[in-house]
Design a protein around this ligand. Structure first.
Ligand code: ADP
Length: 737
């Protein structure tokens, strides 16, 4: 491990052996250490050193101009070891600094995102596998036969071999003792097979070719701008951007490419599709990965041998050696916003990563975000457009059901036209999708006697009934309890009633109406990703007639036989003070409707609404996306909202309500005056009490040309924060909970 290297490509150190080291801890600065050799250590080298009472792994960090004067060399602690691993690329370090400055989180916390796979620098040693040794033991059993046969396929650990052969590990060990299997060291992190960019992809239509050419042209440019790949669902955007991926991989022998997807779209079929295109599995990065898989991907991204990564938002922080392209698929998705820990918008950070690394970033969507559309209009981003669905498939007809005029029968949720739509789909041998973006059975449970609403004990959040499990669940905190027989407030028995529908309740109605149909419910309450995938596969293969689903169904899935989509509550996303409510409703509902009619069969979608005149619903029904975006842009421009202005949210939270209020007041008094900047608040957060804490928020709003981070920094420096109050800064907030 003690490979103290003298890095030839290090910039000359300023004074003998002194280096800066950044640790993956919530620290704003890098600390001075003394390297063993006077030549120092190059930025990017992984080192181990003492920090306080601990011995930690950190990274030699580039010295920045604005840092305070150095400590005397005599007082510096030594670097204990430089680790034997490829150094972190300069572009990754620049990115860490940039993200930290933008999000206002400590640099060390951002480095922590890069070092996610904590044990990756020290892989397990002494891992042993087995291969056939040629000899056959005197006594053979069917189990022994099976293990020997399994060992023919390559070197595997005892456990993997036993699992493959359906035998126990003791059989493997006995064969090794008998000399029939020979031990051999195995690499715990086998490299990923190289993708072959020269395998032919699908033959592209002329329109697709033109779009692909635009993306590929950017790759050769010195300072490419980001590009929006805009095309309706089913236009073949994936086929087009995979051409750009191929071109990026071809551009240099060590070039790497990243395709980012919202977590829920990262399905096995998608990975298979990529594997087919390039003849090799990509390195997948998402939250279901086990520790060993994470370590493998991390190490292989660092050493450059994982050349194609497909991942969720956190894949942006992997330690790429030479990243040359990022594709952000479904770029409008709110799932790109990371809301815990370091708060960041992965799409926006991807654009920054591309600018720092001087490579193109492709933003793909059928319903691009207003931010991106405005960036195209103002010439900051380029655009490639696909107008038609591939192979002549038609976009679904979308119509509205006015629930005031054609209401469902009492106690039911599906209006006569919607039920008829399902009838017709089934009669034609097609599939139907009923969409409701609400998990569980009912969003609200009320006592008919005393009127109390069932709440989580330490939060202002309603409990949602989950009837299959007979529990009341809080979707914010995860709190759950068995559904009580009696009202906890007035003790009335049998008085609790469910209000409003969730997917389980719609499923109950579907069971009554269409008892013969094969039905399934898809929501994140499913047992796990495997079950979700199984349901999606069954739907694709025509084994389900009616699927009742939340937004899990909206993304990227291709159901050739789906001909009808019924949206149970199209008004749902429009309530509340969310700046992007209309935009999100538009995106979600057109994605959902876009599931229908993807193959030869035309599709139809019906949206149930109590306010069918809302501009967003009218735009959906008329299919005029650009008119909607123009109106939405105008209203944001008039109010100075993003993307025409900047927002930052500051949340204060504490278990001590009196201290919280005092701190909020002190913050209010400290607000700096500045032209073009204003602060609203403090106001109680929409969920004031959460997990036993009370929460107050401020909203900072500035003109676009103002450095909002500098403004917030000036302000927060002036406002003292008691230890019992926590403060979270959210630049470009998406939710206001
Ligand atoms: P999008 O990403 O725009 O929704 P996809 O790339 O998923 O669209 O394409 C939709 C469907 O059409 C997929 O099944 C895809 O394989 C098919 N497809 C798209 N372009 C082609 C092509 N040039 N040749 C053959 N099939 C194509």
């Amino acid at each position: 491990m003690r490979d103290t290297r003298t890095a030839a490509d290090a910039p000359a150190p300023r004074d003998g052996g002194r280096v800066k080291v950044l640790f993956p801890l919530p620290l704003y600065k890098a600390y001075d250490y003394l390297a063993e050799t006077s030549a120092g250590l190059a930025p990017g080298v992984w080192v181990r050193a003492r920090f306080g009472p601990n011995r930690l792994v950190g990274v030699v960090w580039p010295a920045r101009e604005d840092e305070e004067p150095a400590v005397e060399p005599a007082k510096l602690k030594p670097i204990e070891a430089a680790l034997d691993a490829p150094p972190l690329a300069p572009a990754v370090m620049d990115f860490v600094d940039w993200v930290a400055a933008y999000t206002m989180f400590p640099r060390g916390s951002v480095l922590r995102l890069v070092m996610r796979s904590g044990d990756a620098l020290a892989p397990p040693e002494g891992l042993v596998g087995y291969r056939p040794a040629g000899a056959r033991p005197a006594r053979m059993t069917p189990q022994r036969e099976a293990v020997l046969a399994a060992a023919e396929g390559g070197v595997l650990s005892a456990r993997a071999l036993a699992a493959k052969a359906g035998a126990s590990e003791s059989v493997v060990r006995a064969l090794a003792a008998a000399g029939a299997l020979a031990p051999e060291p195995i690499d715990p992190d086998p490299p990923f097979p190289a993708p072959d960019p020269d395998r032919p992809g699908k033959a592209l239509s002329p329109e697709q070719q033109a779009a692909a050419r635009r993306l590929i042209d950017l790759i050769a440019r010195e300072k490419p701008r980001p590009v929006l790949l805009d095309g309706v669902t089913g236009a073949g955007k994936t086929e087009v951007y995979l051409e750009a991926v191929a071109a990026a991989l071809r551009a240099a022998p060590d070039a790497q490419a990243l395709v980012m997807l919202p977590e829920i779209a990262l399905t096995l079929p998608f990975l298979k599709r990529i594997a087919e295109r390039f003849g090799a599995e990509p390195a997948a990065w998402h939250s279901d990965l086990g520790a060993a898989q994470r370590r493998r991907v991390w190490r292989r991204v660092l050493d450059g041998s994982a050349r194609l990564v497909v991942g969720a938002r956190s894949a942006l922080f992997l330690p790429y050696r030479n990243l040359r392209l990022i594709v952000v698929d479904e770029e409008h998705e709110a799932a790109y916003k990371q809301e815990d820990g370091v708060i960041y918008q992965a799409r926006d950070m991807a654009v920054a990563r591309g600018a720092l690394g001087r490579f193109p970033v492709v933003l793909a969507s059928a319903t691009p975000s207003l931010e991106t559309v405005v960036n195209v209009d103002q010439g900051r981003y380029e655009m490639a457009r696909l107008e038609a669905r591939y192979g002549g498939a038609r976009l679904p007809d979308i119509a509205l059901v006015d629930m005031r005029r054609e209401p469902p029968e009492p106690g039911r949720w599906l209006s006569p036209p919607l039920a008829q739509g399902v009838d017709e789909a089934l009669a034609a041998g097609g599939q139907a999708l009923l969409f409701l973006n609400r998990r569980g059975y009912a969003p609200l449970t009320i006592c008919r006697r005393c009127g109390s609403r069932m709440k989580a004990p330490d939060s202002d959040t309603w409990l949602v009934e989950h009837r299959f499990e007979n529990r009341l669940v809080c979707h914010h905190t995860g709190f759950s309890m068995p559904k009580p027989e009696a009202c906890p407030v007035c003790n009335a028995v049998g008085a609790l009633v469910a209000c409003g529908p969730g997917v389980e309740r719609v499923a109950e109605e579907a069971a009554e109406r269409w008892p013969q149909a094969r039905r399934a419910v898809l929501s994140s309450d499913a047992a796990g990703p495997a079950q979700i995938r199984a349901i999606l596969d069954a739907m694709r293969d025509g084994e389900i007639d009616i699927l009742i689903a939340t937004q899990l169904v909206a993304k990227g899935h291709h159901f050739p036989n789906l001909v009808f989509v019924g949206v149970v509550d199209a008004d749902m996303g429009l309530a509340g003070g969310d700046l992007r409510a209309a935009e999100r409703t538009y995106q979600l509902l057109s994605q959902v409707a876009g599931r229908a009619g993807r193959a030869e069969r035309p599709g139809r979608a019906l949206l149930q609404s109590f306010s069918p005149d809302a501009p967003v619903l009218q735009a959906l029904a008329s299919g005029d996306r650009d008119l909607f975006l123009a109106a939405e842009a105008e209203s944001r421009r008039l109010t100075g909202s993003p993307p025409y202005g900047r927002f930052a949210a500051i949340l204060l939270r504490s278990r001590n309500e009196a201290l919280l209020k005092e701190a909020a007041e002190r913050h209010r008094a400290a607000v700096p005056r500045a032209d073009g900047a204003e602060v609203w608040g403090p106001a109680p957060a929409p969920i004031y009490r959460l997990r036993g804490e009370t929460r107050m928020r401020f909203l900072v709003k500035t003109r676009r040309d103002i450095d909002i981070q500098a403004y917030v920094r000036t302000w927060l420096k002036r406002a003292r924060l008691p230890g019992a109050v926590r403060r979270v800064v959210d630049i470009d907030p998406y939710t206001f909970l």
